[in-house]
Design a protein around this ligand. Structure first.
Ligand code: F6R
Length: 237
């Protein structure tokens, strides 16, 4: 893993964009894996402001809540349109279909990924070390599947929902195995509430209890973190 420690989230967005641009210049990038949540927003702002041409790029998102359709303001479809997909021209974009039954939604998504192998995957990380919605204990060889969200994740995501509105209890997510198959990963984390997860991911044992720790065995992962998220690291980077 190649680690970049930056001052703050804005600098992180710039650094992540620089890495993305370098990959685009050096390789034939066709498929970009995207994430939702607060973390990638500064990167998406850089992408929107840039003159990089994405019109030949297919995007594939990590996950979606079960039961939310694409017009629901808290769905990940909606989030992606708001922050990136309606602002830049892409060839085609995929997000798991939260309105479909488990078997259809997950097998359809694995087939989409098989047809569009992911060149670069953008990742955030949960405070419990989740990537996508792969909660602790998810097998490292998992493909797209339905997950029951942990209480910790439901509480962390409550901030995106209106008062009194319930966070869905389950989601469809690419698996850890799906993520490990991508060519390049750019993992982002900002804030001291991510410091324990980053410490466990980079310096802890590789264990299914910390899904992101699988990335220690990924051949080409960049980690872009701010000083707060890096504050518990013991090694020099
Ligand atoms: C989002 C996703 C999640 C988030 C993680 C961090 O598509 O898969 O793993 O990246 O929960 O969320 P934020 O960025 O809101 O702290």
């Amino acid at each position: 893993m190649e680690v970049f420690i930056v001052k703050d989230e804005q600098e992180g967005g710039k650094k992540a964009f620089e890495l993305l641009e370098k990959e685009f210049n050096d390789k034939d990038i066709q498929v970009l894996g995207l994430a939702t949540g607060s973390t990638p927003e500064s990167l998406y702002r850089e992408m929107v402001a840039s003159d990089l041409d994405f019109s030949d790029i297919v995007t594939v998102n990590l996950d979606e809540y079960v039961g939310l359709d694409e017009n629901h303001p808290q769905s990940y479809h909606y989030f992606m349109n708001e922050h990136l997909l309606s602002k830049k021209d892409f060839k085609e974009s995929f997000v798991p279909d939260g309105m479909k039954e488990e078997e259809e939604a997950t097998s359809e998504y694995d087939e989409i990924i098989r047809q569009h192998p992911i060149d670069i995957q953008i990742l955030g990380i949960g405070q419990n070390g989740h990537i996508g919605f792969n909660e602790p204990g998810t097998p490292f060889d998992s493909t797209t599947h339905k997950v029951t969200l942990t209480q910790n994740t439901i509480e962390a995501n409550q901030r995106f929902f209106e008062e009194g509105e319930e966070v869905p209890k389950s989601a469809y997510t690419m698996g850890v195995g799906t993520i490990m198959d991508v060519d390049t990963v750019i993992l982002l984390a900002y804030g001291d509430h991510k410091a324990d997860a980053i410490k466990a991911t980079l310096e802890g044992p590789v264990t299914e209890e910390v899904p992101a720790s699988a990335l220690q065995n990924h051949p080409h992962t960049y980690v872009v973190i701010d000083q707060a998220a890096a504050s518990k690291l013991e090694k020099d980077y």
